[in-house]
Design a binder for this molecule. Structure first.
Ligand code: ADP
Length: 269
């Protein structure tokens, strides 16, 4: 069979002997591909009926049937959730099927941060203290749409998992060593118990299902973040303390940085 994929592993056996273990993973990869195709096809097929349902729901005027108003509002909320879920599934299957980003460009972070600030304000509706620092002259090399989606998911989570009165801070800082940069989204929210951290970026993995559902999440946000960062050869670091808050840091290597003017100053201090 010409399409055999082997997974090779070298294991130390004794002082001067190594074992080479070869495993045929072709079937596993094939099944994984089938799963991805299935999810992508189903999501794609759900798009049109959902658009129709959503469209007609929008046309129904609750003032004509006041006793229907709460039901209509709930149906609208749920159809919006379903639409978001389908969009997230489509995005995730697109990200999973790519080895590299198709269109890369210099992405200016100043307008990106302004957009995030607007989105955060709309989501928080005045319930949190939101600080978005200026871009420190940072521009990144990558995909605008994907980067926006990743950062927007992190900011959305920060707001959704921080009770009213809490604070959220978004900023770029220089990497401790080298010429890389870090985008940090920090919140003073619920925090994540350490036992959950290793699995938190898995699809549909949630610390508290009820809280996540209530907050309107799809369970795919951090999975999308991880894939977007992988495609940018960037790394996600999470530090969190229950009851005190979480910090999500996206580490971009020097090769992804197109500009970082102002850091020269802060590093010198
Ligand atoms: P969801 O749509 O459920 O938010 P995500 O993939 O974005 O899905 O996040 C996975 C889980 O990680 C969430 O359900 C939540 O339990 C936890 N989580 C994510 N971000 C935060 C945060 N900033 N603070 C506390 N918990 C978080």
């Amino acid at each position: 069979n010409p399409a055999v994929t082997l997974s090779l592993r070298l294991i130390p056996y004794s002082d001067d002997l190594w074992l080479l273990v070869a495993r045929d993973v072709s079937r596993l990869l094939q099944l994984e591909q089938m799963r991805r195709d299935f999810v992508a096809n189903v999501s794609h097929e759900l798009r049109t009926p959902l658009t129709v349902v959503h469209g007609y729901l929008d046309m129904l005027d609750p003032s004509e049937h006041p006793d229907w108003a709460p039901m209509l509002a709930e149906m609208q909320r749920q159809s919006q959730r379903m639409t978001q879920l389908v969009e997230d599934l489509l995005m995730l299957s697109r990200l999973e099927s790519q080895d590299s980003l198709p269109g890369e460009e210099t992405v200016a972070m100043a307008p990106m941060l302004s957009t995030l600030k607007r989105e955060a304000a709309a989501l928080s509706q005045g319930r949190h203290e939101i600080t978005v620092e200026d871009s420190a002259g940072v521009d990144l090399w990558g995909s605008n749409k994907e980067l926006h989606s990743a950062f927007s998911n992190l900011v959305g989570n920060a707001i959704r998992y921080t009770p009213a009165g809490g604070s959220i801070r978004v900023r770029f800082r220089p990497e401790a060593h080298g010429r890389g940069v870090v985008l940090e989204v920090a919140d003073s929210g619920y925090g994540i118990p350490p036992a959950h951290l290793p699995r938190i970026t898995e699809r549909f993995y949630r610390v508290s299902t009820s809280r996540s559902r209530e907050s309107g999440g799809t369970g795919l946000g951090l999975s999308i973040v991880k894939h977007v960062l992988n495609l940018h050869q960037a790394r996600l670091e999470i530090s969190s303390e229950v009851g005190r808050g979480s910090t999500f840091s996206c580490h971009f290597g020097a090769e992804r940085v197109r500009r970082r003017d102002d850091f020269a100053l802060s590093e010198a201090l």
